[in-house]
Design a binder for this molecule. Structure first.
Ligand code: XFA
Length: 422
């Protein structure tokens, strides 16, 4: 059931109060967005801009939307993933007067309908997670292109596709790669994924981590975050890798590095964070101890080869939420969390607000940058200026009450002279 008027479509406007409570909770944990909101409500850098946004409708996104509005923008929104939309948050936004077109579980047709509704306002800026809005404008609404100063893109995949498009000369307005900002990828991958993945494991199992053998497949940013948090919880952390430099880093960080064939027989808990398929497969399941727990926080649902596990099974039952017990021929039991999908999304709540604070601060500052400079940029994928990263990190530090040193004028001069090679 949906509530429809001209200016929004959400599941149920009656959920608005519940949504507001959640948004208020997030606001208290997003000091960078709140600081930018205060600054931009005075300066109004987005006055006269119309923003179409297509991004997960969550409490954190609501804080982003309120901040864009406070900065002077007119905003219309759709959700970039029908399953990530929180209906109470969507309702709260609609109740605040945001043209919000999002509800949980919308189908493909409705998804494009929602995007198209946000384009009716003839945006001057687009804000994307997955580039669907940019693609839609380029495919179906080319008449809007001349009026668009630029867009932002949140994700790695989106940025990748847009770079391919730019290389073909097919990109018709400038795009900022939010993902490539250090305050985005270097924080949400490590600290966001690290904590939320452990959170998912704990919610799905409630096991004690201390003293457990915790195997992390992959020592990229996500794997590093998981390893760091598992060690902090008192687990013995083992890391598997296929890349020399990553393996060496893991070893020098103090983790035991070994091949999965050996880790399989040792581990109590396994988490994959590689981006590769079949990381845990038949030969590994065959070697595992009774009671081993397996899950994934890497690439969607391909890292655990569950069809191969099920071939080895004599029985299987859902024993807890997000926890399936698979019994093998010899009686050993393996516990599969969230069917190998991202455990931090399926069994927990994704990145904490404190982490989204930094990602979304890049979105805000990206919008302001495009409003000021977009017209002068080429139709390519651009990085945010490095100063913006430093500024965002600086606001976060200030909010945390952390002070740091400053170079003396002599040191600053020395640094410049040094860079010039004298
Ligand atoms: C849901 C996000 C995706 C939610 C929404 C509701 C709930 C939990 C699906 C998402 C992304 Cl694909 O948010 C989480 Cl109950 N996020 C981002 C996020 N993660 N991403 C972990 O939290 C980053 C990422 C992912 C998953 C990068 C590449 C591939 C997959 C949007 C968001 N999260 C904060 C939610 N806090 C409640 O706003």
């Amino acid at each position: 059931m949906t509530t429809t008027t001209e200016s929004y479509r959400v599941k149920d406007l009656g959920l608005a109060e519940a949504g507001r409570l959640r948004i208020d909770w997030a606001e208290a944990r997003m000091p960078v967005l709140m600081a930018l909101r205060e600054r931009h409500s005075e300066e109004q850098p987005l006055k006269g801009q119309r923003i179409a946004g297509c991004l997960h409708v969550t409490k954190e996104t609501a804080v982003l939307i309120r901040t864009l509005v406070a900065a002077g923008a007119e905003v219309a929104w759709s959700g970039c993933n029908p399953l990530s939309t929180q209906d109470d948050v969507a309702a709260a936004m609609a109740a605040e007067g945001i043209p919000m077109y999002a509800w949980h579980g919308m189908n493909v047709e409705e998804f494009y309908w929602a995007i198209d509704k946000t384009l009716e306002q003839k945006p001057t800026l687009t804000l994307d997670d997955g580039a669907d809005l940019i693609f839609r404008v380029h495919d179906r609404f080319t008449g809007l292109i001349d009026g668009i100063l630029g867009g932002t893109e949140e994700t790695t995949t989106g940025v990748h596709r847009l770079r391919a498009m730019a290389a073909d000369g097919a990109l018709k307005y400038p795009v900022l790669a939010i993902n490539d900002a250090e305050t985005k990828w270097d924080f949400d991958n490590v600290y966001g994924t690290g904590q939320s993945s452990l959170d998912g494991i704990l919610r799905a199992t409630s096991v004690l981590l201390a003293g457990k053998n915790f195997v992390v497949a992959g020592h990229g940013h996500c794997g590093r975050g998981c390893a760091l948090r598992a060690r902090g919880a008192g687990a013995n952390v083992y890391v598997t890798e296929v890349k020399n430099t990553a393996a060496l880093k893991a070893s020098l960080e103090g983790y035991s590095v070994l091949p999965m064939d050996e880790a399989a027989a040792i581990g109590d808990i396994f988490i994959t964070a590689t981006g590769m398929k079949d990381v845990l497969r038949k030969r590994h399941f065959e070697a595992m101890k009774d009671g081993a727990i397996v899950c994934n926080t890497g690439h969607y649902d391909v890292e655990l080869n569950l069809p191969e596990l099920d071939e080895l099974a004599v029985s299987s039952r859902q024993i807890r939420e997000n926890c399936r017990e698979v019994t093998l021929q010899d009686g050993r039991r393996i516990y599969v969390l969230a069917e190998g999908r991202l455990v931090n999304l399926a069994a927990a709540e994704g990145h904490p607000s404190e982490v989204m604070d930094m990602s979304f601060a890049n979105q805000i500052q990206g919008m302001v940058f495009l409003a000021r400079k977009g017209a002068g940029l080429g139709n390519e994928v651009h990085m945010l200026p490095e100063e913006l990263d430093q500024e965002i990190a600086g606001i976060k530090l200030a909010a945390l009450g952390i002070k740091i040193d400053e170079l003396t004028p002599e040191q600053a001069a020395y640094a410049t002279a040094y860079a010039e090679g004298t």
